[in-house]
Design a protein around this ligand. Structure first.
Ligand SMILES: [Ca+2]
Length: 265
């Protein structure tokens, strides 16, 4: 069978010819390629900390003291359609959506904020220990990152921690996990201050693949004000994956090569 890129299965198979079968079982990650499907405008002032698609609409959490917000965006124009701003002492972080609500972490205040997803009016709060970085919803639990190599699972109703898993590439823990997104049974995690996204088996914490977006932002857009990659959103209904970064002037829809479904082979 011809493929553009090796799948996990085929790479394991070829590796097994030379190496102990244990390497295969430990899940050597594959390099995942991509192509840009479309490029959209993105607010150059938005310090992106979280990105999520909910009911076909794009939402963003922005950070910074005095500049933090949760906002609904028009994908085509990048325009902010509705916004709720945080108090000056709160630094917005990861964002996830479930039902009629958006859930937003803050960085060092241990405070989670809940909003009505339609009006963006605050509707509740929750607390957690340590720092808040990324947040995603896997269909059953929230998954939270805190800057370490651990992912925390949070109960939907109580927002209490129900378990945690350490993310590893082979035996190596992968720290500084930041923005998260759940994509077709895999958890995507942007490693802070890098151009890489780890594609993780959320049950074992094992990295199954790496996606490197170092080249995605065209050179003319790489000005001094542009920050690091830090936004991942998946539109499960339409199978569309979006990425952007802090103060990036563009937001990209990308297609993975091979498709993410083949990683599960
Ligand atoms: Ca996300």
């Amino acid at each position: 069978m011809l493929r553009a890129m090796p799948t996990l299965a085929s790479k394991c198979l070829s590796g097994a010819l030379f190496l102990a079968a244990g390497l295969c079982a430990s899940g050597e990650p594959v390099e995942i390629g991509y192509r840009v499907v479309q490029s959209f405008p993105h607010d150059r002032d938005a310090v992106t900390q979280g990105l999520v698609v909910h009911r076909g609409e794009l939402f963003e959490s922005t950070g910074g003291y005095g500049t933090s917000s949760v906002r609904r965006l028009d994908l085509r124009s990048g325009r902010v359609l509705r916004e709720s701003r945080l108090a000056d002492e709160l630094f917005g972080e990861g964002l996830a959506a479930v039902g009629d609500a958006l859930y937003q972490l803050t960085w060092r205040t241990g405070l989670g904020l809940i909003y009505d997803s339609e009006t963006l009016a605050p509707s509740g709060q929750f607390t957690y220990g340590g720092e808040g970085w990324g947040l995603a919803w896997d269909g059953t639990h929230f998954i939270m990152s805190d800057g370490s190599a651990f992912l925390r699972y949070l109960d939907r109703e109580t927002l209490r921690e129900t378990g945690r898993v350490q993310v590893r590439d082979g035996d190596q823990p992968i720290a500084a996990l930041n923005e998260l997104e759940f994509v077709e049974d895999h958890l995507f995690a942007n490693v802070w201050n890098t151009t890489r996204i780890a594609v993780i088996d959320p049950d074992s914490g094992q990295v199954r693949g790496w996606l490197n977006l170092e080249q995605i932002l065209p050179t003319p857009f790489r000005t001094e004000s542009v920050g690091v990659l830090n936004g991942i959103a998946y539109d499960a209904d339409q199978g569309r994956l979006f990425v952007t970064g802090k103060r990036w002037p563009r937001l990209f829809e990308i297609e993975l090569i091979p498709p993410i479904g083949e990683l599960a082979d």
